[in-house]
Design a protein around this ligand. Structure first.
Ligand SMILES: [Zn+2]
Length: 325
């Protein structure tokens, strides 16, 4: 963003492009985020939804490995956006996040998109007044054209898309719900928070969320938020083609129409760019090269009864996203 004003009060600059990675957790979004972070002109900020609790308050580790408070990127963001993180009323913004940036408040957010009551509520405005400077400062400091926000939650995407200083485009990621359900039954460490584990969920709960979340992203697209659907399985099968699709959607494609993807060699991804993503899946810490391989352990390991339950719950919408019962 050139000549931008971090307060967002100037309207002379183009809206800041945000590629919002949306979808259910354990759908391969972290891997996709890492690959997109390698594209020239992008910068992954991580899950801004969790920035206030896990970053500012708890000082968990950034994707670069440093505690949040000593990460060079996030220190600069705090200075530029607020004159230092100490000036942020952390309790207030966390309180706001839990009040308005959650699934049960979606009707209130979508109502603004429908235009029935286009004026934002005072609390929605206040919440965006915290988020916007963080995003604009991240863009300015990194020099990125497109920020990657991997908050995943529909409510966050819908709120950000209400901000006229942001050009929010949603990358709606899906993965076979049986794979997602299996993944949520497994125990995963959170190395950034010593000794704690990521939560686990029952397959029936994951299946229900799979249906409601994906249909929710479809609704947001119908309300005019630019959206590209990406199946995780397709990204693994045809990474160069799908990365080109996403780059074009994000407005990154160069004049030849084909994006150069030097970090990809067949199904090997060479990770060369530092990640300063806050919060998110522990996979974001790994700096090594990645071999793209479809993880379909669920076909063997997901209990047949649980598999049948997930298929039954998701069946009405499976084919809509290109999956088979
Ligand atoms: Zn960092």
């Amino acid at each position: 963003m050139v000549g931008s004003d971090v307060s967002g009060s100037e309207t002379t600059t183009e809206p800041q492009r945000i590629l919002f990675i949306g979808g259910l957790g354990r759908s391969g979004t972290t891997l996709i985020e890492k690959m997109l972070n390698e594209l020239p002109g992008t910068f992954a900020v991580g899950e801004t939804l969790h920035l206030w609790e896990r970053g500012v308050r708890d000082e968990e580790r950034c994707g670069c490995g440093e505690p949040f408070a000593s990460c060079p990127h996030w220190s600069k963001v705090g200075d530029m956006a607020f004159g230092g993180w100490d000036n942020v009323d952390t309790d207030r913004v966390i309180n706001l996040r839990w009040k308005i940036d959650r699934s049960r408040r979606l009707p209130a957010i979508l109502a603004k998109h429908r235009g029935a009551e286009p004026e934002l509520d005072a609390e929605q405005r206040e919440y965006l007044d915290y988020l916007r400077p963080v995003l604009l400062a991240s863009a300015e400091i990194s020099g990125a054209e497109v920020l990657l926000d991997s908050s995943k939650h529909l409510s966050t995407a819908a709120l950000l898309a209400l901000d006229p200083t942001l050009d929010v485009r949603v990358l709606h990621v899906t993965r076979d719900p049986r794979g997602v359900a299996y993944s949520w039954t497994k125990q995963v460490d959170r190395p950034e928070a010593d000794g704690s584990l990521m939560p686990t969920y029952k397959p029936s709960r994951t299946a229900t969320r799979w249906v409601t979340d994906n249909l929710g992203f479809d609704s947001l697209a119908k309300l005019g938020v630019p959206t590209l659907h990406l199946r995780y399985e397709d990204m693994l099968a045809h990474p160069a083609e799908r990365l080109n699709d996403v780059a074009a959607f994000a407005g990154l494609t160069d004049s030849t129409g084909e994006f150069d993807i030097p970090f990809l060699d067949g199904n090997e991804v060479r990770l060369m760019t530092a990640m300063h993503s806050v919060a998110g899946n522990p996979l974001r810490f790994g700096g090594d090269d990645i071999t793209l391989r479809l993880d379909d352990a669920w076909r063997e390991k997901l209990d047949p009864k649980a598999r049948a339950t997930v298929t039954r719950i998701t069946r009405p919408v499976l084919s809509r996203y290109g999956y088979k019962p």
